[in-house]
Design a protein around this ligand. Structure first.
Ligand SMILES: Nc1ncnc2c1ncn2[C@@H]1O[C@H](COP(=O)(O)OP(=O)(O)O)[C@@H](O)[C@H]1O
Ligand SMILES: [Mg+2]
Length: 260
């Protein structure tokens, strides 16, 4: 069953220099429980698509449903079904992990007691239990990303959107985050829609890839199928495949984080 479905979803920004067509009619479906890798170079329209699917940004064309809720007519339903971790999460450095989690629970209208319980549950799931009383400003990059994800899971969303979740993390923290994503799907059946420009990440984590460039879908399929189709063989590197699809190379896995 499709948990996300879009039809010619589009967003044009009006700028002083004229219209910028960030997303130019995207059709995609995501199955429930799938880990979808939304892959593309910087400026491809990944973040804009995610912001539309989570109701943070209104489309200027097309339509979409998330967990059966229509973006245009039932944005509250969409929001209840979604967790969203933005490209650069913002937590207050002065408050503790526990305070952040409890505050988030209260934002979702949990009672004080329930918000405290939920903070403990989330900390357990996201390996933050030992850090509950630490100030957010003292967390490592990987710990902070786990906190961002914990906060996004407060209301037990069916779909988790992660925008470049591992950009800037060291290899060990990236591997931990991949395990976490797999565990979320295994334990809770969470559908995960993640953007990345790391090809090894897309390859290792995704059931299926949708490659976007210039605001449109340029290829989609399982990592193996894409490598076969565009790279010439199942053993082709996703790097070669990406080059064939977009005419450009993606950032190598160990590239320095790119400012966006
Ligand atoms: N608020 C905005 N105003 C004008 N242009 C924007 C805005 N947000 C994004 N864009 C442009 O839309 C295109 C897609 O951006 P984005 O969705 O952030 O790409 P990605 O996440 O794939 O790197 C880029 O050309 C970007 O400059
Ligand atoms: Mg982006």
């Amino acid at each position: 069953m499709a948990i996300i479905s879009t039809a010619q979803l589009a967003r044009t920004f009006a700028t002083k220099r004229g219209p910028v067509e960030a997303v130019r009619g995207i059709d995609l479906t995501v199955r429930e429980g799938e880990i979808l890798g939304f892959l593309g170079p910087n400026g491809a329209g990944k973040t804009t698509t995610l912001r539309m699917l989570t109701t943070l940004l209104a489309p200027t064309g097309g339509a979409a449903t998330v967990a059966g809720h229509d973006l245009a007519t039932d944005p509250a339903g969409v929001r209840a079904a979604c967790g969203y971790v933005a490209q650069s999460g913002g937590v207050d450095p002065q408050v503790t992990v526990r305070e952040e989690l409890v505050t988030q629970g209260r934002l979702y209208r949990l009672t004080k007691a329930r918000a405290a319980e939920r903070a403990d549950e989330l900390a357990r799931d996201l390996d933050l239990t030992g850090l509950l009383d630490r100030k957010c400003g003292a967390l490592s990059g990987g710990q902070r990303r786990r906190l961002d994800i914990a906060m996004a899971l407060t209301h037990r969303p069916k779909v988790l959107f992660l925008d470049e979740p591992t950009t800037g993390l060291d290899p060990g923290s990236r591997a931990d985050l991949w395990d976490l994503v797999r565990r979320l799907r295994a334990e809770y059946g969470t559908t995960v829609f993640l953007t990345t420009h790391y090809l090894d990440e897309a390859d290792a984590l995704s059931d299926r890839l949708v490659v976007v460039d210039g605001g449109t879908v340029v290829a989609e399929g399982t990592p193996a199928a894409l490598k076969r189709e565009y790279g010439g063989s199942p053993d082709a590197s996703l790097q070669d495949t990406f080059l064939a699809v977009t005419g450009r190379s993606a950032a190598p896995a160990d590239a320095a984080p790119v400012a966006v």
